[in-house]
Design a protein around this ligand. Structure first.
Ligand SMILES: Nc1ncnc2c1ncn2[C@@H]1O[C@H](COP(=O)(O)OP(=O)(O)OP(=O)(O)O)[C@@H](O)[C@H]1O
Ligand SMILES: CC(=O)N[C@H]1[C@@H]2OC[C@@H](O2)[C@@H](O)[C@@H]1O[C@H](C)C(=O)O
Length: 367
């Protein structure tokens, strides 16, 4: 049975809530619907940054000390507003949407402690929007010993099926953290986080230039990357680990650039993201032939150029060039995952998160 699912994603970049409608049976994509975006205000973003800092000490996934309780209310409210604006704009009634997939905001990700924390009150959201809400996608996976991330690979596979191109194909999502899905025919699906996405660069741009991000990578294009710094950073043990593996947004926050010109710093961090993505090549079964880039990083032309320089003769394409709605992919993915969860289909696999067996997940909150 086809379902109309609305996916909601608030990613590690802390930029806002992405909303996207998808019609799917959880296996195939029948149609894409419209998408939307509700940015966080500066005050909301500061509150989320505080919540991330304070979450480092969280003992349990349901504890909400300090700023976390207020941040959770803000996240829930922002999502309720995002849905209300989306349905009003597209003249939809709540009854026309079968299920909402609500990721929430990750504030801490420590799979080695069997802990991954997404804030956002699904029961309150379901009541506010009058639609059943699937949430807590990562918890069961982490409890079973998986990495709890990435979860978009099943959706990347569904998207790639329509391409009919020879593999291996890698779909890269460059959000706050970067992650890849390796697809080779129908049977091979491998995934992991690769390292930083935009978070380090965003934080640097904010500190040095008071800008949220490096638009189109123009600022980094003016600078010169410190290749020796990048090579040293890539010696961290994480980069040697084979997939599956995952990261917390702030796992590389302790890396310091030292005293650099801002443009050189931006170039170095951009090069670090590109090199960390390419560092996965020797850890994959075969060398990928094509790389498809989605997430906000696909708009960073310097990052794309640096990635092209790293992958030799393989093609590197922004997802938009294939007609995929790059900014909406993660929200679509959580709509797709909500449909899969409703049907009890697996969300994660041993080769995507390291979970011992294919696992479904998600918890439903009804209005
Ligand atoms: N025009 C642009 N030029 C360059 N970079 C951009 C542009 N637009 C967005 N970005 C980058 O993309 C980021 C947002 O990406 P995205 O929305 O994919 O992240 P996310 O979904 O929050 O993260 P994650 O996938 O880690 O959960 C911004 O913070 C910025 O760094
Ligand atoms: C714990 C968590 O929220 N991880 C995010 C983060 O952002 C990108 C990368 O790290 C990815 O592993 C994941 O998000 C995507 C949506 C995923 O689960 O596939």
């Amino acid at each position: 049975m086809m379902l109309t699912a609305l996916g909601l994603m608030s990613g590690t970049s802390l930029d806002g809530v992405d909303v996207a409608l998808i019609e799917t049976d959880g296996k195939q994509i029948k149609a894409f619907g419209p998408s939307g975006y509700r940015p966080y205000s500066n005050a909301e973003r500061s509150l989320l940054r505080r919540a991330l800092t304070e979450a480092v000490h969280l003992p349990r996934r349901d504890a909400r000390p300090g700023a976390l309780a207020e941040a959770e209310r803000a996240v829930t409210l922002a999502h309720a507003e995002a849905v209300a604006a989306f349905t009003a704009q597209n003249r939809m009634k709540p009854e026309e949407i079968d299920i909402v997939g609500f990721h929430g905001q990750t504030v801490l990700h420590r799979p080695e402690r069997r802990l991954t924390v997404q804030i956002g009150d699904a029961a309150a959201l379901a009541k506010a929007i009058h639609i059943p809400v699937m949430h807590d996608f990562r918890a069961a996976d982490v409890e079973a010993g998986g990495q709890g991330a990435p979860f978009v690979p099943v959706y990347h596979r569904a998207l790639a099926q329509s391409l009919e191109r020879e593999g291996p194909i890698v779909v890269v999502n460059i959000g706050g953290v970067a992650n890849i899905t390796y697809i080779d025919g129908n049977d091979t699906l491998i995934a992991c986080d690769t390292g930083p996405g935009n978070a380090l660069l965003d934080d640097f741009m904010y500190r040095t230039m008071n800008q949220a991000f490096d638009t189109e990578g123009k600022f980094a294009a003016l600078g010169k990357a410190d290749e020796a710094w990048v090579a040293r950073a890539l010696e961290l043990p994480f980069f040697r680990l084979p997939p599956p593996k995952s990261l917390d947004r702030n796992d590389f926050a302790a890396l310091k650039l030292g005293d650099v010109q801002p443009a050189d710093g931006a170039a170095t961090l951009t090069a670090f993201t590109a090199a960390a993505i390419a560092r996965i090549i020797p850890l994959l079964p075969r060398r990928p032939r094509s790389w498809i880039i989605c997430g906000g990083g696909a708009r960073n032309l310097t990052m794309l150029r640096m990635l092209r320089e790293q992958v030799g003769s393989a093609t590197v394409q922004a997802a938009e060039t294939l007609g995929w709605a790059s900014d909406a992919i993660e929200a679509q993915a959580f709509g797709f995952l909500a449909a899969r969860a409703l049907k009890g289909l697996p969300l994660s696999y041993p080769a995507t998160t390291g979970v011992p067996m294919p696992m479904t997940g998600g918890v439903i909150a009804r209005p």
